[in-house]
Design a protein around this ligand. Structure first.
Ligand code: HEC
Length: 203
């Protein structure tokens, strides 16, 4: 009786694993070495380019008008320059996303969320998160670049108690559902996600 039960479950187990294997045929989406390298290169230059462009705009806005004026600049330029940077690369789309969005347009999807949670855990365990992470989907490879909280970010993403009353009012007016405050130095703020068309990467 026991023996029968055991062998029956063993057979079921075998069946389940073999079905699993044929069912989720991952081999068709696994990248080759060349494609892996190509996506890594495209993702790195697109993310670098966005960081340079947004970082430069943020710095000059902060210098000329302080956080309140800079918030208004961010609000006007962040989404368009992110899209524009993507357009400079063939077959590439870029977005920024986070577990605590300021702009609801940057809300993560399920895959983003899983990557963000993994990177956040790595950052919290005091080991620095990896420099990048790639998720291979059928048509698109998602390259993720972690964005960490540095000193300058605290101006607008730090503890609300440290904000001037004008800054609080500006944020509340522009972003009524803002979740992106209360961060400390070294925490994961979010990611840049670069979607690379895999047909493009094969070229
Ligand atoms: C001058 C204020 C200001 C500073 C300083 C600032 N941010 Fe932001 N941040 C914003 C605003 C405003 C938005 C929303 C932009 C939009 O509407 O698309 C934003 C959005 C973001 C987003 C997109 C996700 C979301 O929450 O909508 C990320 C990621 C981000 N910031 C990271 C950073 C990092 C990292 C730093 C430091 C290097 C930084 N920010 C410094 C104001 C600022």
């Amino acid at each position: 009786m026991n023996y029968f039960f055991l062998s029956a479950s063993f057979a079921l187990l075998l069946l389940a694993t073999s079905c699993g294997r044929t069912g989720s045929n991952t081999s068709s989406i696994d990248p080759g070495e060349k494609e892996m390298q190509s996506v890594q290169e495209i993702g790195t230059s697109a993310a670098d380019s966005l960081m340079k462009s947004l970082g430069g705009k943020l710095k000059s806005a902060l210098q000329s008008g302080g956080p309140v004026a800079a918030i208004q600049v961010c609000q006007l330029v962040a989404l368009p320059s992110t899209a524009e940077t993507g357009n400079q690369f063939e077959g590439v789309q870029i977005r920024r996303t986070t577990l605590k969005p300021r702009n609801p347009a940057n809300t993560p999807d399920e895959t983003d969320r899983a990557v963000l949670l993994e990177l956040e855990q790595a950052a919290n365990n005091t080991e620095a998160p990896p420099e990048s992470k790639i998720i291979w989907e059928e048509k698109v490879a998602r390259y993720y670049r972690p964005l960490m909280i540095q000193e300058v970010c605290l101006n607008c993403h730090g503890k609300p108690e440290s904000f001037s009353p004008e800054l609080k009012t500006t944020l509340a007016n522009l972003y009524p559902s803002d979740q992106a405050t209360g961060y400390s130095l070294g925490e994961l703020r979010g990611v840049i996600r670069v979607d690379v068309d895999r047909k493009q990467a094969h070229k």
